[in-house]
Design a binder for this molecule. Structure first.
Ligand SMILES: [Zn+2]
Length: 249
């Protein structure tokens, strides 16, 4: 009898812990932005077995295009990724608008796409892709979003095969400007939720520029996420400290 009571107390206390998890933020469905269906080129996408990382991006586009709404911008991005890049669908899994709304992009059943090759973890931890000087100066020769040619030593997955990553992309160009407060708040909630959902830690959250030759997600957003270049390269800046705080609550 005593054992039974003890067991029920343990179950109750476990349930109590579960009740305090990071709640799932509202994610608007694809129908909210009138997405085109995933097309028959989906065979180029790898099924996403185990999620190992959450990776963070910006669209590197200054203003919302079309009629100036996030929905129109998403449709434009999807058409580009489908019809010009031949990626079968919008590249990203989750997209955050300047007004803080979170939209569903590509199904998380499918690997995301990327125009860049990702390095292995040991490669990027050992040798930064960009020097501090390159990050600090206006990257006028690095192209839209700050891409530059890949080091010869890169052996990571080729562009288009970024299996194992669930992606978050903020709409906007954050080389010069920071995301809005609403977008930042949604990012914190979504990032913490996704890390929890996939049983990952804050160190499994990767920022695109750390693993590939790009300045994505932009210098200003990056500086909010990491204390860099002022601080340690892989430190937690204010943004990632907030994500961590939600996970540890
Ligand atoms: Zn990116």
């Amino acid at each position: 009898m005593k054992l039974l009571i003890l067991a029920s107390i343990l179950v109750c206390s476990t349930a109590h812990v579960v009740a305090e998890v990071v709640p799932k933020p509202e994610i608007l469905p694809r129908s909210a932005w009138e997405a085109l269906p995933e097309d028959n080129r989906l065979e180029v996408l790898k099924p996403n077995g185990k999620v190992k990382h959450i990776s963070v991006h910006h669209t590197a586009v200054d203003k919302l295009r079309g009629n100036g709404t996030p929905e129109a911008e998403l449709r434009i991005i999807q058409r580009g990724h489908r019809d010009e890049n031949h990626w079968g669908d919008i590249a990203y899994h989750h997209l955050i608008a300047p007004d803080g709304r979170i939209f569903a992009g590509r199904s998380t059943k499918h690997a995301p796409n990327s125009g860049t090759r990702y390095q292995s973890e040991s490669q990027w931890r050992e040798a930064p892709i960009f020097t501090e000087e390159e990050v600090a100066r206006d990257p006028q020769n690095l192209g839209v979003g700050g891409t530059k040619s890949l080091p010869e030593s890169a052996t990571g997955p080729r562009p288009g095969h970024v299996a194992g990553h669930v992606t978050i992309c903020l709409l906007g160009n954050f080389m010069e400007a920071e995301p809005t407060d609403a977008a930042k708040q949604s990012f914190i909630q979504l990032a913490a939720y996704l890390l929890q959902e996939h049983q990952l830690t804050i160190s499994d959250l990767w920022l695109h520029r750390e693993v590939a030759a790009t300045l994505c997600p932009g210098n200003q957003f990056y500086a909010w996420l990491r204390e860099y270049p002022q601080g340690e390269r892989y430190s937690l800046g204010p943004g990632l400290k907030s994500v961590q705080a939600l996970l540890e609550r």
